[in-house]
Design a protein around this ligand. Sequence first.
Ligand SMILES: NC(=O)c1ccc[n+]([C@@H]2O[C@H](COP(=O)([O-])OP(=O)(O)OC[C@H]3O[C@@H](n4cnc5c(N)ncnc54)[C@H](OP(=O)(O)O)[C@@H]3O)[C@@H](O)[C@H]2O)c1
Length: 244
Amino acid sequence: MGGMPGDPGTPTRDELLAAYALPDRGAPRLRMNFVSSADGAVVLQGRSGTLGGATDRLLMQVLRTLADVILVGAGTVRVEGYGGTAVSESDAAWRVARGLPPQPGLAVVSRALDLEPGHPFFAEAVVRPVVVTCADSPAGRREELAEVADVLVCGEETVDLTATRAAFADCGWTQTLCEGGPHLFGALLDAGLVDEVCLTLAPRFVGGAARRIVQGAAEADRRFALAGALSDDDGFVFLRYATR
Ligand SMILES: NC(=O)c1ccc[n+]([C@@H]2O[C@H](COP(=O)([O-])OP(=O)(O)OC[C@H]3O[C@@H](n4cnc5c(N)ncnc54)[C@H](OP(=O)(O)O)[C@@H]3O)[C@@H](O)[C@H]2O)c1
């Protein structure tokens, strides 16, 4: 197959589906997906999409197709105008043929709940989204968002991400795809909840003041194994790190 580093060729959707397959859906798994420039920037001109490329966008669709639920931090929703996460008709058919619902679930983590009910995250959702929050969040905002989403309260002062994973598993969502951002990634690392990191390395050196893909986590030597590496004709590298 094309796409192994050093091989010519760009991986196809089917090759990506095979390379990122989730063989045991019974075991809870949290998979992160990030793109970074080769010099470690998490954004270019304030957005992550400007760093990516065609295969990166295809991989994002493939990872969504494989997931039970897409999880994202409120910061990313606010900055990226994040919405329209539905998978295509053919990806939905692929899911249904394997006994999955046509679309993955969609969830945002927030304490402040500074999210408008009319935001594309809610307005463009094709499944009812979940707002994961904590008991200390503003009650009025919870009520407002309950009009457009299911509100899940996990934890007191901050969202208890371990309890969130358990609540997801209770509703059949064992395979979580987290699409960032860096603070949610940091919190998930600190909680020991990250099983896999899918990292697209863009052949770009952007300088500037952009931050890294992990923010706010305590410094520690968290060792992951390299579980996969692909590349495409545009010079992008697709790394997959796993804890087991
Ligand atoms: N390169 C990439 O692949 C990629 C991917 C995603 C995002 N990004 C970029 O990253 C930037 C946004 O990142 P970010 O780190 O600021 O945002 P983020 O990680 O998406 O969201 C952070 C927010 O999530 C909520 N949160 C996270 N953990 C929580 C917990 N344990 N309890 C309660 N709330 C929690 C809080 O929301 P509240 O403030 O609402 O309480 C927090 O402010 C954007 O510029 C975006 O473009 C890049």
